[in-house]
Design a protein around this ligand. Structure first.
Ligand code: SF4
Ligand code: SF4
Length: 347
């Protein structure tokens, strides 16, 4: 990894270089909460001034750009007894993510493990993931963020360059040749000793701002022991089975495949639709049998997938601690409270 510093006034020049021939996605203001706080969203940007690098977190993660809610996998055209199959991985042009927080970079790293590194890689995801450039940016922890507990408060890989605000300039971590070649077109400097000291001070100040925590000590064992615990019923009774938590989660990737045939039987299409394990028919199989008919069994499954099964497969949790699910849940169900209750702690 290389380290440089970049004056803030030169950041628009970096944007200009990156946007030359590429689509840029960045955090932008989408609206306002009742209390006037901004609602942020990742959107395609055409003007540097619309990027809000001081954003808190976006309601919806960036996954709609590399794992869209609805995606055509293949279409078919029938001609008599012959048929053609058309497959597109739906990659139109490279995407530059300008201002992604460490939790969302780590979410991509986790998705990579299962969607790129497993026995059956997902080509629709791979095509987009291999054609993205990521400029990460440091964040200010919010009351609902517990990324530090999940080891996702800093990103060690998965980005091209990462910016940390040191006042009038950024400390820049460079991970890829592409990032190096872009940055060398703009005035930048070797960090001084004082920049290293300032970087460490900023990191320490950030760490002190975390207020939400999850105790992950022995969590997989505790989940094994507490599989039949009454707390699952308690949270399940509260859950509305709305699926919002999966929709806003940067690491939820479950999907269903819909097959449709045109009325004249000359066309057909396979469509991938993101799904949520909390939805009532998630576990419904052929014949109409539903092997998770109760909300608590589905809610429990989501937690066991993220904090038990994924850990067994990849030695890390499938949760980055962004807190989006708890913030969006109409029933007020949050990961820190659920895990604390399973551990027998008062919530
Ligand atoms: S958002 Fe809340 S209520 Fe909706 S499915 Fe998730 S846990 Fe249940
Ligand atoms: S489970 Fe909740 S806190 Fe964890 S990554 Fe998903 S949305 Fe974020």
């Amino acid at each position: 990894m290389l380290f440089r510093t970049l004056k803030k006034k030169d950041l628009p020049r970096l944007y200009d270089r990156l946007s030359d021939g590429n689509r840029i996605v960045g955090p932008t203001v989408k609206g306002a909460e009742k209390d006037g706080k901004a609602i942020y969203a990742f959107e395609e940007i055409s003007d540097f001034n619309n990027i809000h690098l001081d954003y808190t977190s976006t309601k919806i993660p960036a996954k709609k750009f590399f794992m869209p809610f609805r995606e055509t996998m293949a279409s078919f055209r029938m001609k008599g007894k012959e048929w053609d199959k058309m497959v597109s991985f739906n990659m139109n042009s490279p995407l530059v993510f300008f201002g992604m927080h460490a939790c969302d970079v780590n979410a991509l790293n986790k998705l990579d493990k299962v969607l790129l590194g497993s026995h059956y890689p997902m080509p629709y995801y791979a095509a987009k993931r291999k054609n993205m450039f990521i400029v990460g940016i440091d964040c200010i922890p919010q009351p609902y963020c517990f990324c530090r507990s999940m080891g996702s408060d800093t990103a060690l890989h998965g980005f091209d360059m990462f910016l940390t605000d040191l006042g009038d300039h950024y400390f820049v971590e460079i991970l890829s040749d592409t990032a190096y070649n872009f940055l060398r077109q703009i005035t930048n400097e070797e960090p001084a000793e004082s920049d290293h000291a300032r970087y460490m001070k900023v990191a320490a100040e950030k760490n002190r701002k975390f207020t939400a925590h999850v105790d992950t000590t022995d969590l997989t064992k505790i989940l094994d022991m507490e599989f039949q615990a009454d707390v699952w019923k308690k949270w399940g009774d509260q859950c509305l089975s709305c699926g919002t938590c999966a929709n806003v989660c940067p690491t939820c990737y479950c999907y269903g495949v819909d097959e449709s045939v045109g009325l004249d039987l000359s066309r057909a299409q396979k469509t991938k639709l993101l799904y949520s394990c909390n939805l009532i028919d998630f576990a419904e199989v052929a014949g109409g049998h539903n092997f998770r008919p109760e909300s608590h069994t589905r809610l429990k499954y989501r937690y066991y997938h993220k904090h038990r099964g994924f850990v067994e497969a990849f030695e890390e949790s499938l949760c980055v601690g962004c807190g989006r699910c708890g913030e969006s849940c109409l029933a007020g169900i949050t990961v820190p409270e659920v895990i604390a209750s399973v551990r027998g702690e008062e919530s």
